[in-house]
Design a protein around this ligand. Sequence first.
Ligand SMILES: [Zn+2]
Length: 115
Amino acid sequence: MMDDTFSLYDLKVEVVATEKPMVCNHQAGDYFTLVGENLSFPAGQTFPLYSLAAILPLLPAKQRDTHPHDWMTTDAEIACPDPHCGGRFRITRTGRTEFHHADVTAVPLPDGGTS
Ligand SMILES: [Zn+2]
C-alpha cells in the first residue's frame, strides 16, 4: 500500500478590533475556519466580500509548513483592505488535517507515492 499522505494546517481567521473603528460589516469575534479547501462560517454569520478577497491569497501559504524565520510564519494579523476601517484579521493555525494525494487531485505522483 503506497503512502500518499500529506498534511495541512487547519486555520481560523478571526476579526480583531483596534483603537480605530470598523466601518465594514465585520465585528470583533466574527470568524471562519479553513480545513483543506473548505471554508466554514458559523450559522447566520456573514463576512464582507472585500475583506474576504484580501485574506484569501494568504491562506494556502498559512496552511503549509513555513520556515521559522519566514514572515509568513511569524505574522498573523492582516489589515482590512478598506483604509478607513480599523479591522484586523488574525490567522491562527489550530491543528493539522491529513489528506491523501489521490483524494485531492487526478495528477499521479511521479514516484507512485512511495517516498
Ligand atoms: Zn473592514
